[in-house]
Design a protein around this ligand. Structure first.
Ligand SMILES: Cc1cc2nc3c(=O)[nH]c(=O)nc-3n(C[C@H](O)[C@H](O)[C@H](O)COP(=O)(O)OP(=O)(O)OC[C@H]3O[C@@H](n4cnc5c(N)ncnc54)[C@H](O)[C@@H]3O)c2cc1C
Length: 392
């Protein structure tokens, strides 16, 4: 996007985040508003199609521009951040292997926010990636699926599940399938999972597939390309996105801690006048900036077409560990009252914890980075190495 238009959009987003989004977040937290009203508002404002190309109906922001906005959005309530992050990324794997007809049927409506599609990979009884156990067999013009998926974000509102399964009898990445499974498919049972620690208002689902029929025309790519769909063009930009969402939330925690330090007086002085508190704030600010610059560096590499998987993993790894440190320190500066409901820092602390799981844990990011280091090249060159490839 041309720079004047982008600056205007940036100001608009800041006004939204500091204005109407605050009440929406409070409403999600106390249950006084439903998540769909938030989806509708984000969609109406065009915030769910920022990163998609203009040719598909998006705003066509560069990765650097998108991440600059995503940092702002990430100061919002965790569930609102999640909607923006997921919807600005999920079109990539769908589009990566879509036929012309599927672009019209799935990709364009998805980008317009007319469909909600959610990424459906994690299983209760398998590692996330080439270990998946959900099985499919072909019966005429359908696949018939049996298996389970869980922890699936937006399972309560999704129209389609971008679901990964494997052909019965196959192993490893071979024989995997990517299917767009209609939520009304016969044989699909969707159970809402218990409320999570944070991210109030976001529903997560446990899916059970019993002889569930999915038309073959809903398959993206060929048989055997399922995990390519999952990871092609999705995981790396998405990990970058999560990296930047940690920056936005950590910056909010830091700002709150500074505000609190200036106003809380103990033994005749504000906390902000104490050297130990200033040192702590200085460490937090440095940590946030280091994560921000790592994400922006990786975004430049993406925009130049040379981002390696390990670059994205570094941004995600550092960001999610940084967020844990910064939110913990911010809560400490608040003192005991910050541990109580109603204080934003308490909600931030809980929301932050989810980000260590999204798009893969620290263990997985280290496996990707470590594999590239010892292979002497990029992680892509070491495809045979059975490091788990985990998303979300
Ligand atoms: C809020 C939230 C939303 C989510 N949304 C989605 C979603 O929409 N779609 C989706 O598909 N998934 C989703 N997930 C699932 C998420 O991707 C997984 O929780 C995460 O990838 C970890 O996988 P797991 O839970 O199966 O943990 P496990 O695989 O059971 O791992 C447990 C621990 O062991 C470590 N570990 C596992 N295998 C290895 C190994 N080989 N080597 C070293 N360490 C290992 C892991 O790093 C982790 O710390 C979500 C999770 C959360 C918390």
């Amino acid at each position: 996007m041309e720079s004047n238009a982008f600056f205007a959009l940036q100001h608009e987003v800041e006004d939204f985040v500091e204005g109407p989004a605050v009440d929406m977040g409070l409403g999600l937290e106390n249950g006084s508003i439903g998540p769909m009203s938030v989806w509708d508002e984000l969609k109406r404002r065009g915030y769910l199609r920022l990163a998609a190309p203009e040719s598909l109906g998006g705003l066509g922001l560069s990765m650097g521009q998108y991440l600059t906005l995503l940092e702002k959005f990430s100061a919002m309530h965790g569930s609102m951040r999640m909607i923006v992050h997921v919807m600005n990324g999920i079109w990539r794997p769908v589009h990566s292997h879509a036929s012309f007809a599927q672009v019209e049927r799935f990709v364009k409506p998805l980008i317009q926010g007319e469909h909600i599609i959610t990424f459906t990979l994690t299983e209760p009884n398998a590692g996330t990636g080439s270990d998946i156990k959900t099985k499919a067999y072909r019966d005429g013009n359908d696949y018939v699926l049996n298996g389970e998926k869980w922890l699936i974000t937006f399972a309560d509102v999704a129209d389609y599940f971008l679901l990964f399964a494997r052909l019965a009898g196959s192993a490893g990445s071979g024989g995997t399938l990517a299917l767009l499974v209609d939520r009304d498919s016969p044989g699909l049972d969707i159970e809402l999972m218990p409320a999570s620690m944070g991210l109030s208002g976001t529903g997560h689902g446990h899916l059970r597939l019993t002889e569930c029929r999915v038309p073959v025309v809903n398959r993206l790519g060929d048989e055997g390309e399922g995990l390519d769909v999952a990871f092609h063009g999705f995981l790396d930009p998405s990990r970058l996105g999560i990296g930047m969402t940690t920056v936005g939330l950590a910056q909010r925690a830091l700002d709150l801690a500074i505000e609190r330090a200036k106003t809380r007086v103990t033994f005749g002085k504000s906390l902000a006048q104490r050297a130990t508190i200033r040192e702590r704030l200085a460490e937090m600010a440095t940590d946030v900036e280091a994560a921000r610059q790592l994400c922006l560096w990786a975004a430049r590499r993406w925009d130049e077409g040379c981002l390696l998987p390990e670059d994205a993993s570094k941004a995600k790894l550092y960001g999610s560990e940084m967020l844990q440190r910064v939110t913990d320190r911010a809560l400490q500066i608040f003192g005991g009252i910050g541990y109580f409901h109603g204080y934003e820092i308490e909600r931030i602390y809980r929301d932050a914890r989810a980000q260590r799981f999204e798009e893969g844990t620290a263990e997985v990011q280290k496996a990707v980075i470590g594999r590239a280091l010892v292979a002497g090249g990029s992680a892509q060159e070491a495809k045979q190495d059975p490091v788990p490839v985990v998303t979300y």
